[in-house]
Design a protein around this ligand. Sequence first.
Ligand SMILES: [Zn+2]
Ligand SMILES: [Zn+2]
Length: 346
Amino acid sequence: MRAVRFVGAGRPAQIADVAKPAPGPGEVLIKIGGAGVCHSDLHVMEEGLGFTGTFTLGHENAGWVAQVGAGLTGFKEGDAVAVYGPWGCGHCHACQLSMENYCENWAALGAFGGGLGLDGGMAEYMLVPFARLLVPLGDLSPAKAAPLSDAALTPYHAIKRALPQLNAESIVVVMGVGGLGHMAIQLLRALAPVRIVAADVDEKKLEQAKALGADETVNNRNSDEAEERIRTITGPRGAGLVLDCVGVQPTIDLGARLLGRNCVWMIVGLGGGHHDFHHGSTPYCCSVSIPYWGSRVELMEVIAMARGGRIHAEITEFPLEQAVEVYDKLKAGQIKGRAVLVPNGC
Ligand SMILES: [Zn+2]
Ligand SMILES: [Zn+2]
């Protein structure tokens, strides 16, 4: 079968033929309906992030159960499922809490999950080692559901942690209206009574932000002008939550200048920006966090919200063979919402 492979740091993805896996005892084979093309794959390919071997990319996956291994119960052939992305040890305290994203044994496991060290979903089929990593989709289409497992789950996990700090007077600034940001706006709209300011450097993405529920949009190509604009919206109170889905130096610097007292600063983008944190570098009682991905239970919640029509991923489908071009488009900022590879036909 065809697969999109990570072949080493500093090298673009390669499309290659690999053997179709067969599920062993307790494992599940998934026929992929959609694999989201995530910006973090670009970091994997550029910097390696510690991965040494080769593997199939794709950590945002959904599809249909194709074959179940011996002894596996609860799923049958044809069931539509999303694949929970961070694969922990399954038995440490974090994993017991369903937060495999914070597994205590990751160093020993040597991989973060399918598509991040192990074979992922940018292929016709994907092997999932445990049924606990599957969440039923019901009648949700796998191609539309795939981005929920990261592009929606990651901001959901961050927003949930900030909710106790947010009230009807709060202004939330969402930096970056890409895969994560376009879901973050919808999640905030559904979950909190806040006003949402979306910031991006691309006017088309700002239009999309507005359509998805942002109250205000600000182009932050010029940081000083953006700061002034956003300050007129927040007033002296400042932002109650800055959710940075980009994390590059300009968004980190701008975010730091927008924070209010007793606020939350969530940085989920992997852009490599730096902040010198010390007394006085942020307002009093401001919490700074770098949440990572989300829990399996939170994925169930995100899927429930999508099934109820409260959020949706705006996707563009591409055949698997176009993966390398799609990564180039993503890098150039030309993907609106989320690009999804559909290896088994659009
Ligand atoms: Zn991702
Ligand atoms: Zn664990």
